[in-house]
Write a protein that binds this ligand. Sequence first.
Ligand code: GRF
Length: 204
Amino acid sequence: ARLAILLSGRGSNMVALVNAVQSGVLQHLAEVAVVFSNKPDAPGLETAAALGCPTASLTSQGRKRQEFDAEVVQVLQQFQPDYIVLAGYMRILSPTFIRAFAGRILNIHPADTHQHQGLHAYEWAFENQLKETKITVHLVDEGLDTGPILAQHPVDLQGAGTLEEVERRGLAVEHFLYADTLARLIRGELSNLNSDPAATTVAA
Ligand code: GRF
């Protein structure tokens, strides 16, 4: 399967995915068709190029969402992706974008999407002193962090005294869960998506 990985920042999930493609659970299953950013100066874009990935970018600053997304769709289609993998892509996707790749867009959210949506999920877990949070990989629909859940995995937060520690533990889970879930999806092991939503939650 051909992956288009979209990011706006640091790109640690992108790195984990590239490693999984090159020598991990996604080897022989996936290739990175392109790493795309809406921020031409995103650190993750440079990292992707250094890892040997094709890269592309279009600046979203000052652009109307709909128009910008239509252009992004055109750029991405040139790379013929099977899946659009959001990895810290800090844009809400317009219906134009979602319909172009319907059912093939994945996101990773650093909380249980039933409990928390949007930004600052690790801060939310830390401030509420959660003993445990969950990382969620889900399909993207037209809502904010509302799409069908593909996988969730718990993060033990007991004794995590700082926000940095919460993030460190969470990212360690993010980095294996995203690649693992994509591997299951590509192998056709997550094919019951249209039935009972509860039955689609896969423990990794
Ligand atoms: C991650 O915490 C991810 O779950 C969220 O944005 C962050 C991106 O981090 N959607 P990175 O750029 O992959 O390091």
